[in-house]
Write a protein that binds this ligand. Structure first.
Ligand code: NDP
Length: 394
């Protein structure tokens, strides 16, 4: 079980018009002056005040999302989407027929918009779906995303986007070839206190950033769950929870690392089998000279803390990545942005990205997901070799 706090080219669109009902629908709405709603943005992440005709919950301006994999996180997403102004649950994909029935009834998804893993390619002929949100075990993401892209629907994929950089690149290529967008479920990129720290850093409030610390972990339970199965999880804690420290280091410092060192420790080799990491400590070096020191673990509870210091000030977030409210302070005082369900914010903002072409403050596209996967690959390589790994910027 996840811890209690745990927590996708314009040039290609012409090619896709006959394939993607979502994009055609968007063009039609734009022509009618209805493809709007970008003005809705609680934290100014992508405000476009000139484009607000469709705000106010107009059903026709909503992103219609099919959820794939009806597990515990999908349940949270589905509930949070009930509060969305720009997105709604419009389809379901599951390997469990009883869930399709139950979730279909609960969220008002008609039978014609329910699929299983064998037949979901038919979604390409479903005019009621714009995007598929993949919320299945990590190692399934690549193939499922490629099938969704081939069906002409936008892909929203949970983190980690894939289990290594090669698979992540395959997903990016498939989406580019199909002319659909690929987004990764980085909900923290829309979280108000996190965005406030990023705003302050960009404004120079901390001066030059010198150091970041990210502590991310929880004590994992059931030894038989997919998170502890390398074939489904692709790894261990680093894939699941350590990725928050990697991603957080990048959005807090505002740079991409150029080197990685890492060490792995394992106290329970029975539970944490070959290829499934229990605890990983890693260090990142950034082009400016800033460094990060991070811990990822499946063996310690209550680890959800970011700390960053610069020449002129600091920021501390604890909890930093949980479902919220995110709390923290800087050298200027407490962070006090309003809390809202992360998944509600995320899905409304993603609707703005997919339907209106908005640009988020912190990217959530496939390239963003790929950066984290390259770092994960490098961390594992550093653990295996004991040697510092160099990363190419970008
Ligand atoms: P769960 O185990 O709760 O749910 C996964 C679901 O995937 C299952 O219920 C099942 O749904 C489906 N599935 C398809 N094939 C398999 C398989 N072989 N084994 C197990 N399940 C399968 O996992 P989570 O919901 O916690 O995690 C799913 C994804 O979401 C992961 O990538 C995880 O990293 C991410 N996540 C992200 C979070 C965030 O805060 N952004 C938080 C938690 C998870 P069905 O029966 O409908 O087929």
């Amino acid at each position: 079980m996840p811890p209690p706090f745990l927590p996708v080219a314009e040039a290609k669109e012409t090619k896709m018009e006959n394939q993607s009902a979502g994009i055609s629908r968007r063009r039609m709405l734009q022509a009618m002056g209805l493809a709007a709603g970008a003005a809705w943005s609680p934290m100014g992440a992508w405000a476009d005040p000139s484009d607000s005709a469709g705000a106010g919950g107009n059903q026709e301006t909503k992103l219609r999302v099919a959820l794939m994999g009806l597990g515990s996180y999908a349940a949270r997403v589905a509930e949070a989407m009930q509060s969305c102004k720009r997105a709604r649950v419009a389809g379901l994909i599951s390997g469990t027929p009883s869930k399709l029935q139950e979730w279909g009834t609960k969220f008002g998804v008609p039978e014609k918009n329910r699929y299983d893993y064998g037949n979901f390619d038919r979604i390409k002929d479903d005019p009621d779906i714009d995007a598929v949100y993949i919320i299945t075990p990590n190692a399934l993401h690549r193939d499922q995303a490629i099938r969704v892209a081939k069906a002409g629907k936008h892909v929203i994929c949970e983190k980690p986007m894939a289990v290594n950089a090669k698979e992540g690149q395959d997903m990016i290529d498939a989406c580019a070839d199909a002319g659909v967008k690929l987004l990764v479920g980085y909900r923290m990129h829309f979280e108000p206190n996190t965005l406030e720290v990023i705003r302050m850093r960009k404004a120079g409030d901390f001066g030059n950033i010198l150091f970041f610390q990210g502590l991310c972990g929880f004590r994992i339970g059931d030894p038989n769950q997919w998170r502890l199965d390398k074939a489904l999880a692709g790894g261990g804690s680093l894939m699941d929870i350590g990725i928050y420290a990697i991603n957080g280091a990048r959005y807090m410092v505002g740079e991409d690392p150029v080197w990685v060192t890492a060490q792995q420790t394992k106290t329970d080799p029975i539970k944490f089998k070959e290829g499934v990491d229990e605890t990983v400590q890693f260090q990142l070096g950034f082009p400016s000279g800033a460094v990060a020191s991070c811990l990822s673990t499946y063996q310690m509870n209550h680890l959800d803390r970011f700390f960053m210091t610069g020449e002129q000030g600091f920021a501390e977030l604890q909890p930093a990545t949980g479902y919220g409210p995110i709390q923290g302070r800087t050298h200027k005082g407490e962070l006090a942005q309003p809390h809202a369900m992360h998944q509600t914010l995320q899905m409304d903002e993603m609707a703005g990205i997919l339907l209106d072409g908005n640009t988020p403050v912190v990217p959530v596209d496939g390239e963003e997901g790929l950066k984290d996967l390259k770092i994960i690959d490098a961390i594992y390589a550093a653990c295996d070799t004991g040697r510092r790994q160099e990363l190419r910027p970008g």
